[in-house]
Design a protein around this ligand. Structure first.
Ligand SMILES: CC(C)(COP(=O)(O)OP(=O)(O)OC[C@H]1O[C@@H](n2cnc3c(N)ncnc32)[C@H](O)[C@@H]1OP(=O)(O)O)[C@@H](O)C(=O)NCCC(=O)NCCS
Length: 185
């Protein structure tokens, strides 16, 4: 079976990923943030098929409780996998890529918010070692761009989950790392 391959987004990936998973405006915004050193947008491929994405938010959290309790902690955000390619390990591979990237940067912790009405995603995170942060639920704001260009911000009740990471020695810059995360930009 083809294993998922994950790497930081490149400009040339935008077209195939937007065609496959939509969210073009979101992907452009995150790619721009990546270019400005504010985060990393990871894309997952299954063979030649665009399969999913996740954005590593390296800025301070937008939600005040998260800023207060987890200052400076990177956030795993917007994990999504194409509906027809789910349950094949793509989601887990995207999470592993984020964790490996952070561990190689010497970061000791990662956090995320998951909607309280999304038990499937919460189950995946818990299986991967994420635990409740112990400070209650948080209202997060999901941004959606409408076809006419207007941006909507919808409040969502979220659990906040955290995972401690073990720092590792960075892989050599050339070639691929052991879990198939290319570091090329
Ligand atoms: C949540 C989401 C990202 C998971 O992506 P995924 O690619 O299906 O994730 P995985 O394949 O790694 O894991 C999903 C399940 O498939 C199982 N699985 C993984 N590889 C498998 C394989 N080769 N064969 C059979 N099952 C497999 C996993 O054990 C896991 O089981 P679980 O649900 O009991 O934990 C995806 O469902 C999605 O995009 N949902 C909509 C967006 C969303 O909710 N995002 C989360 C925001 S916080």
């Amino acid at each position: 079976m083809t294993e998922p391959h994950v790497r930081p987004a490149r400009l040339a990936d935008l077209l195939p990923f937007t065609a496959a998973i939509g969210d073009g405006d979101f992907l452009v915004d995150r790619l721009m943030r990546q270019r400005n050193g504010l985060g990393v947008l990871f894309f997952a491929w299954l063979g030649t098929r665009p399969a999913g994405d996740v954005y590593l938010w390296l800025e301070e959290a937008e939600e005040r409780p998260i800023r207060r309790h987890l200052p400076g902690v990177a956030l795993l955000t917007h994990l999504q996998v194409r509906p027809d390619l789910r349950n094949l390990g793509v989601g887990a591979a995207l999470v592993a890529a984020v964790e490996q990237y952070l561990a190689e940067c010497g970061r000791e912790r990662v956090a995320l918010g998951v909607r309280t009405d999304n038990p499937a995603a919460a189950r995946l995170y818990r299986r991967l070692g994420y635990r409740d942060w112990g400070h209650g639920e948080v209202i997060c704001y999901a941004r959606a761009t409408l076809p006419d260009g207007r941006v909507l911000e919808e409040p969502e009740d979220c659990y906040v989950l955290v995972k401690d990471l073990t720092p590792v020695t960075p892989a050599p810059r050339s070639g691929s790392s052991p879990i198939g995360v290319s570091r090329g930009w």
